[in-house]
Ligand binder design. Structure first.
Ligand code: SF4
Length: 668
């Protein structure tokens, strides 16, 4: 007892990783006293995030102790949730799994996981279902798949430079990216680069907070980024400013690309992109004549039917100017440095997934409506909120709710959890040890320790699946407990770095040889070069060259494009848990006048299948013919994905959210 009291009084400092689906992957140091977190700070020694964090990170402790947090299992009875015991839910779930397996086969189970929590333990649900024989699961991407696929065709993979390298760039194109809201550490570095004289040009359909913070802003018509890149490349080649030596040695398909790009004159590009020919020419010269020039691409421009090609065109612009593989250069879209070394256990579990069936994640509603042989009888959701974040929500909610058995893990009663039969509480990052890596920007592995105990009796997701495996006699997971899992998962990375597991706590692991992407000029494409002409793309039924595809357009009934970008203070839908305000729809003055709506008035924003109520904000930061609503609002407010449709991009099976159109109806 004396010992227990001593421990409770002890003050300790614990390393915690930010668990959110964010580019930056901060690490925090929390102070724990008497079993409670009493102080939260950024880790000043972290090589990327250097001690400062955003509000989303700071809010995590409040979220953990929030009175609305789900702290025990819930089961739906007569349409209402009632408290259940783990014993009951284990029994029900185990019985259900076995009966579905016997009657319909394991394909009748759908496993849905996402990135709402970024620790590598979040693979547990997928590993469990692989070992169970393989089930139905998503492929493609809601987030960034078209861009990843594009860079695979061009470079063989998607790599980024170490964040600080942006300071070596004389010119920086921030293209469709709003780091002031989504990657504050990149934003801070851009500000430093500006101070030391780098020229920063922000290209975006919307004059974002980032665009407002720099002198050079270029507004581009949505979905025409590829044309801008082609016209810049053509101007550069016509003016003999391309890097001939680099092209000869490291680029495949230059002549064909040159011939194709020659069709994108400044005049034609001006008509398509709505950027003046003079500006395009000046940008092309600036980019080509800079000793070092880097590009930072956001995820928005690939959320169109031509999204992959938009990115391929930008890659080509960098390739013809030789801005690849050197300090202060690159096309920074993703940074797949650490994460490939952490996926061994998933890959190993796939050998058991003989009955796996895949569906395109952006078409969840369509899939559930039409699938046969067998139809879906049970859905398990963890680390995601598909009934807010999926496109075409009306159809998705309708078909999801019809599935006879649904289990959802979450911290709060989300729109997805509300539809479940069983809701299981999820652990917070402070309540378990884990390892975190992102493929988006930060190339540093964050070790994260347990700071406090979860609420009494709560079984974290990882331990839940270990116990469930035990109950149904599944013996092939490949690890026995959390420590064993983490040790095995990180082993390939430790081997690569010549380290061992005991050196992990507190370490900042990174692969230093990757810090200038493609420094060795060896590309993981079939030819080993940058492939402007890609046979692989051709085999996949795509244009082998980066190609222009006409942007989609609205019609008389639905003339406004819907843009739904990230807000500053919420990671997807997580930050909207405690608001039931009506969403704001941002229109520029011209659009507001066209629909005769005034600021602060309430309107319906009507999409092809549903409408939602919104409050008008008049803001000339928004481009013409566009209704802009931040993503993440829950159904109680008005979920923006009621307005989006389930179109898919040209590559990567990416949800083409931004090819959705709407109109504005006044509420009288
Ligand atoms: S959301 Fe991003 S910037 Fe904010 S604390 Fe987490 S990792 Fe850092």
């Amino acid at each position: 007892m004396v010992q227990f009291v001593k421990i409770m009084r002890m003050k300790k400092h614990v390393n915690i990783s930010c668990p959110m689906d964010c580019c930056d992957l901060c690490r925090f140091i929390v102070t724990v006293e008497k079993g409670r977190i009493t102080k939260f700070e950024g880790d000043p020694h972290h090589p990327v995030t250097k001690g400062f964090t955003c509000k989303k990170g700071k809010d995590l402790v409040q979220r953990m102790v929030h009175p609305d947090r789900i702290r025990h299992p819930l089961m739906k009875k007569n349409g209402r949730f009632v408290k259940a015991t783990y014993e009951e839910v284990f029994q029900i779930i185990a019985d259900k799994l076995v009966s579905i397996q016997q009657e319909f086969g394991t394909k009748a189970i759908l496993n849905y996981t996402s990135d709402g929590y970024g620790g590598i333990k979040n693979r547990i649900q997928s590993i469990f279902f692989n070992c169970f024989g393989g089930v139905t699961q998503p492929q493609g991407s809601l987030c960034w798949g078209a861009g990843i696929a594009a860079q695979q065709y061009d470079f063989g993979s998607s790599k980024g430079h170490f964040p600080d390298d942006v300071l070596n760039a004389d010119t920086i194109l921030v293209w469709g990216r709003n780091p002031k809201y989504t990657s504050i550490h990149l934003y801070t570095l851009l500000k430093q680069a500006q101070k030391k004289g780098s020229r920063i040009i922000v290209i975006d359909p919307v004059k974002t907070a980032t665009a407002k913070a720099f002198d050079d802003y270029v507004r581009i018509r949505p979905s025409t980024d590829g044309v801008l890149a082609l016209a810049m490349a053509n101007t550069i080649i016509e003016n003999n400013l391309h890097d001939k030596k680099f092209v000869e040695k490291y680029v495949l398909g230059f002549d064909r690309f040159k011939a194709y790009a020659s069709g994108f004159t400044l005049k034609r590009a001006e008509q398509i992109t709505q950027i003046s020919a003079k500006t395009i020419k000046a940008m092309a010269f600036q980019y080509a004549r800079s000793k070092t020039a880097s590009i930072y691409i956001g995820f928005g421009m690939q959320r169109y039917h031509n999204g992959g090609n938009n990115i391929r065109c930008i890659d080509a612009l960098a390739a013809v100017t030789g801005n690849i593989g050197k300090k202060g250069c690159g096309v920074n879209y993703a940074a797949k440095s650490i994460s490939p070394y952490l996926s061994d256990l998933d890959r190993k579990s796939e050998v058991y997934a003989k009955n796996r069936r895949l569906f395109t994640v952006g078409k969840l509603g369509d899939f559930l409506e039409t699938v046969q042989g067998p139809s879906v009888k049970a859905i398990f959701v963890a680390y995601g909120n598909p009934l807010t974040q999926s496109p075409d929500l009306k159809k998705t909610v309708k078909n999801f709710s019809r599935v006879e058995f649904k289990v959802v893990f979450d911290h709060f009663m989300t729109d997805t959890a509300k539809q479940a039969d069983i809701v299981l509480p999820a652990a917070f990052v402070f309540e378990q040890e884990d390892l975190f890596a992102t493929s988006m920007y930060s190339p540093v592995l964050n070790d994260s320790q347990k700071a406090v105990d979860p609420p009494e009796g709560l079984i974290p997701e990882f331990e839940f699946y270990l116990e469930l495996a035990e109950k149904i006699g599944l013996k092939n997971l490949g690890f026995k407990d959390s420590q064993d899992y983490l040790r095995k998962a990180v082993q390939p990375l430790l081997e690569k770095l010549g380290k061992n597991f005991i050196q992990l706590p507190g370490a900042y692991l990174r692969i230093k040889t990757d810090e200038i992407a493609w420094k060795n000029k060896v590309f993981e494409t079939p030819s080993g070069k940058i492939e402007l002409y890609s046979e692989k793309a051709l085999q996949d039924g795509l244009s082998p060259l980066p190609a222009f595809m006409e942007p989609s357009k609205g019609n008389n009934q639905f003339p406004l494009r819907v843009l739904t970008c990230h807000t500053m203070n919420s990671m997807h839908s997580q930050g909207f848990a405690f608001t039931d305000e009506v969403p704001k729809v941002y229109l520029n003055r011209k659009t507001a006048e066209k629909f005769a709506v005034e600021k602060e008035s309430y309107v319906f924003v009507k999409g092809e299948k549903a409408k939602l109520k919104a409050r008008v904000c008049i803001d000339d930061a928004i481009c013409d013919n566009t209704a802009f609503i931040y993503q993440g609002w829950w159904h109680k407010s008005g979920a923006v994905n009621l307005l989006t449709n389930s179109k898919i991009s040209d590559m990567g099976k990416q949800a083409a959210y931004y090819d959705s159109f709407c109109t504005i109806e006044k509420i009288s």
